[in-house]
Design a protein around this ligand. Structure first.
Ligand SMILES: NC(=O)c1ccc[n+]([C@@H]2O[C@H](COP(=O)([O-])OP(=O)(O)OC[C@H]3O[C@@H](n4cnc5c(N)ncnc54)[C@H](O)[C@@H]3O)[C@@H](O)[C@H]2O)c1
Length: 275
């Protein structure tokens, strides 16, 4: 049994992870900017669950959340950095405030969480930081410009810190979920600029949560799930010419698979993704 803090636990993958972690006997702090959502779920999960208000962008709120969990459940032993957002649209369609919002929540947020957890875990002599990242950390995608940039940065930061801390008491794992049926994915599916999301069949949050909770015990370095699913992204992401040829083709294939392809006439070139 571990004391686990899950960020973004009021919805989607985070909520399913909190449920699965409690089911397997862990004590779980559900940290979210959506306190009402976290309180509602924690109430259903019983005395092993605790709701904590946390805006991952706020350094002081991280300190307060760790203190609250330590006082109510015990010192955090596993941090699952999961909270994330997306603003869909092509880069030129988004405001700088939307680009900045993604960077602050998806990159600065988990970085702040890691930097809050690390000294505490080093002092207590053990700890495990699990980063929920994305397959978009391996390859740029149309419609996922800043989102992908935050996930590329997050993967780099995660591994850099993990390598610096090798031999120390803290373990690091990073998990890249594939498309998962959550409110975030619904948002992407509703926007033609993110049509590439139809390239793969999404998993359930429960399926992904099971992989994440397994990691608490297995402590993998990095998980791409399903194991072979990410091979195209990982290879294409290294070769710019291949990327520039392959990604528009994957997007075109995904568009043919999308429900919109059967309902709307073809979009004139240059206007794809306009909302
Ligand atoms: N759904 C997918 O297809 C998919 C695929 C790969 C990676 N991911 C990643 O998985 C994670 C969870 O995504 P999801 O699909 O479950 O999303 P979701 O939208 O269902 O849930 C995100 C949660 O994060 C919370 N949140 C948002 N901003 C916050 C902030 N500033 N501070 C604290 N909490 C905040 C929200 O309130 C919400 O509860 C994200 O990091 C996402 O990038 C999702």
């Amino acid at each position: 049994m571990s004391i686990v803090m899950v960020t973004g636990a009021a919805s989607g993958i985070g909520a399913a992870t909190a449920r699965e972690a409690v089911r397997r006997g862990h004590r779980v702090a559900l940290a979210d900017i959506d306190l009402a959502g976290a309180v509602e779920l924690a109430g259903r999960l019983g005395s092993s669950a605790l709701a904590v208000e946390l805006d991952v962008r706020d350094e002081e709120a991280w300190e307060a959340a760790f203190e609250t969990v330590a006082a109510r459940l015990g010192p955090v032993e596993v941090l699952i950095n999961n909270a994330g957002i997306i603003h869909t649209g092509y880069a030129r369609q988004l405001s700088m405030a939307q680009h900045r919002h993604m960077v602050e929540v998806n990159l600065i947020g988990p970085m702040t969480g890691m930097m809050t957890a690390l000294p505490r875990m080093r002092a207590q002599g053990h700890g495990h930081i699990i980063t929920i990242c994305s397959m978009s950390s391996f390859m740029p995608l149309i419609g996922y410009t800043s989102y992908g940039a935050t996930k590329h940065g997050l993967r780099a930061f995660h591994h850099s810190v993990a390598i610096e801390e090798q031999g120390g008491p803290v373990t690091f794992s990073i998990i890249h979920p594939p498309g998962t049926r959550t409110p975030m994915l619904e948002q992407e599916m509703a926007d033609p600029s993110s049509v590439i999301t139809f390239a793969e069949k999404p998993l359930t949050p429960e399926h992904v949560a099971s992989v994440i909770v397994d990691a608490i015990v297995k402590k993998p370095l990095e998980v791409v799930h399903p194991a072979l699913a990410g091979r195209f992204q990982r290879v294409a992401g290294v070769f710019p010419r291949l990327m520039h040829v392959a990604i528009p083709r994957v997007a075109a294939m995904a568009k043919r698979r999308s429900p919109g392809a059967r309902q709307t006439p073809a979009t004139p070139r240059g206007q794809e993704g306009s909302r």
